[in-house]
Design a protein around this ligand. Structure first.
Ligand SMILES: NC(=O)c1ccc[n+]([C@@H]2O[C@H](COP(=O)([O-])OP(=O)(O)OC[C@H]3O[C@@H](n4cnc5c(N)ncnc54)[C@H](OP(=O)(O)O)[C@@H]3O)[C@@H](O)[C@H]2O)c1
Length: 228
């Protein structure tokens, strides 16, 4: 596949670039101009379109001819960065392309998620402080995902648990709803979040799903995941 990775220079993005290359995909990266150096390890093996990920011209150029687009949605800033990024991808990706977006458990598709108290407190406090200090806006990620859910493109929204670094443990397990016992451990290796995003490109079962993921070796996954 030819795959565009939007937000490629971040931690999740670089894991995805590595894994997409390992799978034999042709890769085009989008990242902010000041972050292009973070992609030096991939020099000569990927195309790079520098620019803000909510710049519609940048996205139009980067996704041209791509069969898949992996998008890191971040709530940073108060300029609707995530919403602008998602909308540009929805508008310019070629018809039929697989579109995979990242976010956190706090995003709900159908309101059926049951959140741990710790997450509710974190979202309330962090969300309030972030907006007050104008460094992030969690509602922007919510709006970005609302637009994705409403779109008729072939989307998947991957909802990450708390993340940690470390060696890959394998493909995370997932559930449609936070609150499902399989997710209780609330921890995934970032490298495996990337693994799930890249694998989703080739999974038709995940089209129009918003899987909440957890590490496959986490205690709750080991206890509650269906075998196989
Ligand atoms: N961190 C967690 O615990 C956690 C938990 C659950 C889900 N998630 C989700 O996982 C994904 C990756 O998150 P991550 O925390 O691991 O981050 P990350 O991979 O390091 O990515 C951060 C991204 O945000 C960009 N960025 C940073 N500051 C910015 C700014 N001021 N304006 C615009 N872009 C900016 C970075 O671009 P540059 O390279 O140009 O700086 C990079 O592309 C996100 O979708 C997040 O919602 C994270």
């Amino acid at each position: 596949m030819k795959v565009c990775i939007v937000g490629a220079s971040g931690k999740l993005g670089r894991y995805m670039v590595r894994q997409a290359l390992d799978r034999g995909h042709e890769v085009v990266c989008v990242c902010r101009p000041r972050s292009v150096g973070k992609l030096d390890e991939f020099k000569g093996r990927v195309g790079i379109v520098p620019g803000a990920t909510n710049d519609r011209d940048v996205i139009e150029k980067a996704v041209a001819g791509c069969d898949g687009v992996l998008v890191v949605l971040v709530p940073w800033g108060v300029q609707q960065y995530a919403t602008g990024t998602a909308q540009a991808v929805l508008d310019f990706a070629q018809p039929g392309a697989r579109l995979i977006f990242s976010c956190g458990w706090h995003i709900t598709r159908d309101g059926q998620d049951v959140y741990p108290r710790s997450l509710r407190v974190f979202v309330a406090v962090f969300g309030w402080l972030a907006r007050l200090a104008r460094f992030a806006d969690l509602d922007d990620q919510v709006e970005a995902c609302r637009r994705v859910f409403a779109s008729e493109t072939r989307w998947t929204v991957v909802r990450g648990s708390d993340l940690e670094e470390g060696e890959s443990q394998g493909l995370p397990v997932w559930s449609r709803h936070v609150g499902d016992p399989v997710l209780k451990s609330n921890l995934t290796r970032r490298v495996d979040f990337a693994l799930f995003m890249v694998a989703a490109l080739e999974s038709d079962d995940l089209v129009h799903e918003a899987p909440a993921i957890v590490g496959c070796r986490s205690p709750s996954a080991l206890e509650f995941a269906a075998p196989g």
